[in-house]
Structures are given as C-alpha cells and as structure tokens.
Write a protein that binds this ligand. Structure first.
Ligand code: GDP
Length: 321
C-alpha cells in the first residue's frame, strides 16, 4: 500500500485534504493518480452513515451542522462535512469556503469540513462528492454530511449517493415553505423545521403540522418508513439529540430490512452510468468540436431538430470507429 493511502487510513488530515484536491484536479496525470489512490482505499470504505442535507440559504444549515456536528464529536463520533456550493460556478469563488461558517466544528480534531467546487457539470460535481466521500470513509469518519444549497438538480444527485436525506426548513424566512419544490420534499426521509424558538415558535408549530400533512399525502419511499417532520432550534441547540435518534432509528430499520445494502448497491451501479455519461460527453466535446458547432448552429436556425443533431453526431462517432 502507498504511503499516502496508509496516512489517509490513519486519519492524517493533511493527506486527506491533499487527496481531495487531487480528486478535484482536472489534470490527466492527477486524475490517474487519484484513481490509483482510490482503488487502494476502496476496500476500506463503507462503514459510514451518509447523510444528505438541503435547505435554501438562510434556513440555518451551517448553524445546524455546527451544533449537530459538535454534539456528535463530543460523543467521539467523527464527522465530515462536504458542502456542494453552486455559487462557486458563478462567482468563481466559494462562499461555503468562508472560514466563518461552522467555525467551532472547523477547529474540531474529530471533524473535517470541505466545500466541493461545482465547476463544470452536475455529473462532475457528483463525481467529486462521491470520490471525496470514499477518501473520508477510508479515513474512518463515522458520519458524512453532504450539504447542498438551494432547491435544484444537485439535491437529486446527492439524494442518490446518501443513506438518508434531510430537508431543513424554517418558518421565519417567509415563503420558504412554498418555495420548496414538491420534488425535494419527496426526496426527504426527514424534514426538520429549524428556528423553533422565540418569536418563531408558533410559526414553527404550524409549519410542522403543514409539512406532516403534506408528507402524509406523499407516497412512502419504503414500506417501513414514512417521512416525518420534527422541529428544532439550531441556535438554542434544542431537538438535536432527537434528530440523531431519528437518524439512527432510520438506519437501523433500513439495515434490518435489507434496504440499506440494496440501496448502496443500486447507488454505486448507477454511478457507473453517470460516469459513463460524463466520459462520453467529455470525449465527444474534445473530438468533434467543429461538427458540434455546425450542428448547434443548424439547430438554432431551425434547420434540424435537437434529436436529429444528436443522432447525426452519434452516427458520425460510430462510423469513425
Ligand atoms: P444557511 O445559509 O442555511 O447556512 O443559514 P445560517 O446557518 O447561516 O443561518 C442563517 C441565519 O439564521 C443566521 O442569522 C442564523 O443565526 C439564523 N439561525 C440559524 N438557526 C437558527 C435558529 O435555530 N433560530 C433562530 N432564531 N435563528 C437561527
């Protein structure tokens, strides 16, 4: 086994951080190196609870992760946080990398926080996240939280790589409840109403019963689990141990009925197809640049349909072989 792999398995933070940087690099030699490293780590992955967490900006995600994560590390549970940050695509920088977020947890020896850049495609981001998770699992983290901001496609991708998906809502921000797409609610195994404190307490109660009603009308993802709603205050650190209990209850049930392993198997297999998609797109874009430009122009000029353009491109690739 390589020195780097040994260090990662031993929990060396610098080695972990360097490995994740390697994974994120677009350089071909780095990618080869990353894949070699990951294949060494692969047998050491899997012993983790993978949790997805989503909610619109301002709902209290970082406050929650800070409080919840610190509660866990105090019990000697090691926590890693991967934050998928769509804003970095626009600004080039990463607001989630801001040192002021989760300050206490960031300094905690038993925690590791890392923003995932979302440059490029959704598939690319999914790859970084999936592979960073492998590194963190090999490094012995007990819980990995994958945080996504907002209500878009990345939530669907993240829900497809975690064991449990949490949706954070807050009654204080006005129209978050209406703004949350039904599709996101359907992904959730547990909905957490944050800011159940002070002036928001009543509104949190109402929000919770609204959400419970909405969840009731949805089809359960598993016959053994109906998504539920609970209220917490990340600020006052109330309800957090109930959340942890609920997570463990969920994981136990899923393990007992076999869904846990089955779902992980499906997820890893579906990752092959998502990777293949990415690889094919990358390869075609590199090799067929002029043809693509011409076809895009033809589609814009309404000379051919998008499907006809895609077919033409595909045919020209297979003929070339
Ligand atoms: P994020 O954008 O989802 O990460 O949200 P933040 O964690 O940055 O929180 C946004 C704002 O909501 C901050 O001003 C927090 O102090 C506040 N906040 C977070 N959790 C709570 C809570 O439980 N109760 C109250 N009253 N405010 C909270």
């Amino acid at each position: 086994m390589s020195d780097t792999a040994k260090k990662i398995i031993g929990g060396n933070r610098r080695a972990i951080a360097k490995a994740i940087t390697l994974i994120e690099s677009s350089r071909a030699d780095h990618q080869t190196e990353a894949q070699e490293l990951l294949s060494e780590l692969l047998p050491h992955t899997g012993n983790t609870i993978r949790i997805g967490l989503t909610g619109v900006p301002g709902v209290g995600k970082s406050t929650f992760i800070e409080a919840f994560g610190t509660m866990l590390t105090k019990e000697d549970i090691r926590v890693a946080v991967l934050a998928v940050d769509p804003s970095s695509q626009v600004s080039g920088g990463s607001i989630l990398g801001d040192k002021t977020r989760m300050e206490q947890l960031a300094r905690d020896e038993r925690a590791f926080i890392r923003p995932t850049p979302s440059k490029g495609t959704l598939g690319g981001t999914a790859r970084y996240t999936r592979e960073a998770m492998m590194v963190l699992e090999a490094a012995g983290f007990d819980v990995i939280i994958v945080e996504t901001v907002g209500v878009g496609q990345s939530e669907v991708a993240v829900a497809d790589m975690v064991d449990m998906f949490l949706l954070l809502l807050s009654p204080g921000g006005g129209d978050e409840l209406q703004g949350i797409k039904r599709g996101i609610m359907e992904l959730a195994d547990l909905v957490i109403i944050n800011k159940a404190d002070g002036d928001f307490l009543n509104a949190a109660e109402i929000a919770m019963s609204d959400v419970k009603n909405a969840l009731h009308l949805m089809k359960a993802k598993s016959p053994d689990w109906s998504a539920d709603a609970m209220k917490i205050s990340a600020l006052n650190k109330t309800g957090l141990d109930e959340v942890w209990k609920k997570i463990n209850q969920f994981i136990d049930i899923m393990k007992k009925n076999g869904t846990f392993e089955k779902r992980r198997g499906q997820q890893i297999v579906s990752a092959i197809w998502s990777e293949l998609n990415e690889l094919i797109r990358e390869r075609i874009k590199k090799g067929k640049t002029e043809e693509i430009i011409a076809l895009e122009k033809a589609v814009k000029n309404k000379e051919i349909t998008p499907l006809a353009a895609a077919r033409e491109l595909l045919n020209s690739i297979f003929e070339a072989k």
